[in-house]
Design a protein around this ligand. Structure first.
Ligand code: GRF
Length: 201
């Protein structure tokens, strides 16, 4: 199964996928292309270094529908069948999501449905929770919604700030994401097969 990975920033989750690929642990998933909406995203260099095609599809200056049309075209050009949002900082519309039903996954640094949106680690600290974590979920048109595929919990330490807590959460994201991408490609995540609860159908 050919994946497109959408990124906006540093790309440590992309790196976890690339490292798993290099170790031969991602098959039958292939990374066909990495696309960033941010021209100077460091994630792009990670793709290039690994020999994976990297493209920029900028959102700035484009209507949302036009941005998504160009994004969809770029994915289609690479034969992409499934999409990973790995620190992709745009919310996709229902129309885009509907074109890839149960084929778009996202990683989020909290135990959803707690703390959706930006700065999830800071939100966790502000609420004083003692456990937070990472969630991998199918994407729907809501913000960090969609059926949950996998979660891992991490403790919140007394001396954490948002940076140290996010780093601890990211270690779990990096561990989980390649496993889930491989399982999706292997057909082991189907909602019909009831392996993931909360699917609409
Ligand atoms: C990750 O923590 C992810 O959960 C969130 O954005 C962050 C991206 O980090 N959506 P990176 O670019 O993969 O390092």
């Amino acid at each position: 199964m050919k994946f497109g990975v959408l990124v906006s920033g540093t790309g440590t989750n992309l790196q976890a996928l690339l490292d798993a690929r290099a170790r031969g642990e991602l098959a039958p998933a292939e990374i066909a292309v990495v696309i960033s909406n941010v021209r100077d995203a460091p994630a792009l260099a990670r793709a290039t270094t690994a020999g994976v095609p990297a493209e920029v599809v900028e959102h700035r200056g484009f209507e949302r529908a036009e941005f998504e049309r160009r994004l969809g075209d770029a994915l289609a050009r690479h034969g992409v069948e499934a999409v990973v949002l790995a620190g992709f900082m745009r919310v996709l519309t229902a129309a885009f999501v509907a074109r890839h039903p149960l084929r778009i996954i996202n990683t989020h640094p909290s135990l959803l449905p707690a703390f959706p949106g930006l700065d999830a680690a800071a939100q966790a600290l502000a609420h004083g929770v003692k456990l937070t974590g990472a969630t991998i979920h199918f994407v729907d048109a809501s913000l960090d919604g969609g059926p949950i595929i996998a979660q891992a919990a991490v403790p919140v330490m007394d001396d954490d700030d948002a940076r140290t807590l996010h780093a601890r959460i990211q270690r779990e994201e990096h561990r989980l994401l390649p496993i889930i991408v491989r399982r999706l490609a292997a057909g082991q995540l189907s909602c019909q097969g009831r392996l993931v609860r909360g699917c609409a159908e």
